[in-house]
Design a protein around this ligand. Sequence first.
Ligand code: NAD
Length: 360
Amino acid sequence: MIQKIAVIKGDGIGPEIVSESMKVLNAIAQKYGHTFLFTEVLMGGCSIDAYGEPLTEETISVCKDSHAVLMGSIGGNTTTSPWYQLPAHLRPEAGLLRLRKELGLFANLRPCVLYPELRSACTLREDISSKSFDMLIMRELTGGLYFGERRTEAVDGVMTAVDTLTYNENEIRRIGIKAFEVAMKRNKKVTSVDKANVLDSSRLWRKVMNEVAKDYPEVTLEHALVDSTAMQIVRDPSRFDVMVTENMFGDILSDEAAMVTGSLGMLPSASLNETKFGLYEPSGGSAPDIAGKNVANPIAAILSGAMLLRYSCDLQTEADAIEAAVKQVLAEGYRTADIMSEGCRQVSCSEMGSLIAERV
Ligand code: NAD
């Protein structure tokens, strides 16, 4: 199989961790007889330095012409970097927001996995963390409260702010279908999270999810309220498989779930559009505090590569091989500095990449 992959290494630790992800993808290509054609383009601070803007038409067109985008992270130290003296539309993050829009990415997938070997990093009680967990939060990315009409005005002399939470049935259906499709590749369970006891938008959300579920008889659908879900994530995260929810609920719940794993450098993410196309990136930022030192944890970027193979290339076996290699390296006791614990062997970013590549 020949796949065109646009690569945005970005800023800070981005170039270091994405290079390791490419190393692992190249090992997969060699083992399974595929060709991955990487085209590197700039976005974020490095694009500002080179072209005076965070995202160029050239980068957009290379991404659109590819099967998928592999990204590191963008941005610098928000207090000291000159990029943050620029007007908001010229700052690094503006590039990413526009790219997501140009590519029509509406579904954000964040797996939150607690590996048995990293249980000590988990912030939950041992009787809860001992069960480990592996859930995937799918957040709607282009609608809801963050994109609804808003205004602040004086009403009868009192300052009043209004934000609107709007979803139409088509927007709900397309993310519902994505969630069920992803559940078919996992443990066939979907938890749809809403606030249907209060919000009209949630009642429509629930109705459409029930309709979508009819096309996936093998998948179990449960509905849950967002407040109770927030509690369940810290009480028993092992009960979740795929969770699907609207933009703001997903924003909050995915950070909560990421936090309880205790290791940001381990968490990949994917943003998908209606086709198989997707943008894959670590959940963490550009970590300017450790950039250029070869100490960053490349595992989130490497697992983002596995998600790219699974969701954009339909290469399930190859994706499984990367995930198994990561587990093996952890089981053998290798750790980067951020997840180091007693009795383990500390390795650099590039050593970790090589160890995983050797085991795929
Ligand atoms: P951050 O995630 O970059 O860093 C938070 C802490 O986690 C730091 O101590 C960092 O060293 C550590 N960390 C993060 N990833 C790591 C890894 N792979 N290995 C080891 N340690 C890791 O968050 P921040 O410091 O708030 O943000 C820094 C910059 O990143 C900002 O400019 C922010 O806007 C940007 N950012 C970009 C994205 C993105 O590109 N999608 C996402 C979040 C933040």
